[in-house]
Write a protein that binds this ligand. Structure first.
Ligand code: XIL
Length: 383
């Protein structure tokens, strides 16, 4: 009896795997649909780039031609203690990208989050001075960028240096080094790998005050001859923010400065927010509230449709600006691994990506494919 059951359950598992594999094969691949338009990327977690999450790996290989490390290249993970580098996982991430012929993106070198306290402190606990912090920044950037030279194509050199009003954010980097910490970070990265593309990355640049601050910052950097290749709009969006107009204006504002523009962390939060906060600041955190977790049993059709329409609108803007937009990277592969399940509130069930918790494409996936077809048709017309 037990034998029969185990045979049956094994057969069931095999059937499931086969149907997952067939689904993967039956879908047109995103990266092919957008070939010649822009790269299609995904942020990868450990289970994915080590191969443990085999269903996700199948999706990644099929649909994406660029990968970003969701966490393993961040300072706290790769350089947790003074003089101690932990390269094992980062190496595996880079190896995954190389093996699959993907464009590999490094995230991130200088940020105020996910950076250990010791970076800003002397052994006695007092704050380090400017020269010490600059030396630490340089050593870190040279070590990490240098190790992956020629394999990591582009780096988010500085992440989130601006406040919502467009002024420089008060971070330990700014307080200790001064305004030129951003320029220094780019210079160090360029020294370490002169071929690498170097980006400034931030969220909510679609809001005018912050965007204006970023434009002014980049103009200052360019005037000083600092090597900056592009701007990353993180793209942590909601069902109604930003508007298509805001997104279009933002892309144009940066491309007019001669920069490449990428969407680096795209997702669309479908859950109600606890307050009016928009954006993606890790500092914002709320206690779990079941009232703000309405879709634990799945996304209702009406919201599923809204999400698909929202993705169609976003991609319509992106393909219309494909001369400026070089890459669109999703912050995760399936809804099951999105950070929006635990930020800004722990323990929720969010549905922000193109693939659901069972690795299946959602209506939003097909909406994005339709945008790609439209892009190809209009490209043919103008040819
Ligand atoms: C997030 C990761 O997705 C989480 O796993 C981690 O716990 C916190 O950081 N902006 C960024 C990313 O630039 O690095 C953040 O990633 C999401 C917001």
């Amino acid at each position: 009896m037990r034998l029969i059951w185990s045979f049956r359950s094994r057969a069931a598992v095999a059937a499931l795997a086969l149907s997952a594999a067939l689904t993967v094969c039956a879908q047109p691949a995103l990266k092919d649909a957008f070939e010649g338009v822009f790269l299609i990327g995904a942020a990868l977690n450990e289970a994915q780039f080590t191969g443990r999450d085999t269903n996700a790996v199948a999706l990644i290989k099929t649909h994406f031609n660029s990968v970003t490390a969701e966490n393993v290249l961040k300072w706290q993970r790769i350089h947790p203690e003074p003089g101690v580098y932990e390269f094992e996982l980062a190496d595996k991430f880079v190896e995954f990208g190389v093996q699959n012929g993907m464009v590999i993106i490094g995230h991130t070198l200088v940020w105020h989050h996910q950076t250990p306290r010791w970076v800003f402190r002397n052994e006695d606990g007092s704050q380090v001075d400017r020269d010490t912090l600059l030396a630490r920044m340089r050593e870190h950037i040279h070590t990490v960028v240098g190790r992956y030279k020629g394999r990591i194509k582009g780096w988010d050199v500085v992440n989130e240096a601006l406040d919502e009003d467009g002024r420089l954010r008060q971070t330990p980097w700014l307080r200790i080094i001064g305004d030129d910490y951003i320029a220094k970070a780019f210079e160090f990265a360029h020294e370490a790998d002169p071929e690498a593309e170097l980006y400034y990355n931030d969220f909510s640049l679609e809001n005018k005050p912050k965007r204006d601050g970023a434009v002014a910052l980049i103009k200052r950097l360019k005037a000083q001859g600092i090597p900056i290749t592009g701007v990353g709009l993180q793209g942590h969006y909601t069902l109604n923010w930003p508007s298509k107009k805001q997104l279009a204006e933002t892309i144009r504002a940066f491309s007019e400065l001669g920069l490449k523009v990428m969407i680096t962390e795209l997702d669309v939060d479908v859950l109600p927010r606890a307050d009016a906060h928009r954006g993606a600041d890790l500092m914002v955190r709320y206690q779990h509230d079941p009232k703000l977790n309405p879709y634990t049993a799945g996304l209702p059709d009406s919201v599923q449709r809204k999400l698909a329409k929202r993705y169609a609108d976003i991609f319509d803007v992106l393909v219309r600006h494909s001369d400026a937009v070089t890459r669109v990277t999703f912050w995760g592969v399936t809804d099951r691994d999105s950070w929006l399940n635990y930020w800004p509130m722990p323990g929720r069930t969010n549905h922000p990506l193109l693939f659901d918790r069972h690795y299946q494409p959602k209506p939003a996936f097909y909406a994005v494919l339709t945008s790609a077809e439209k892009a190809k048709k209009s490209a043919n017309k103008t040819r």
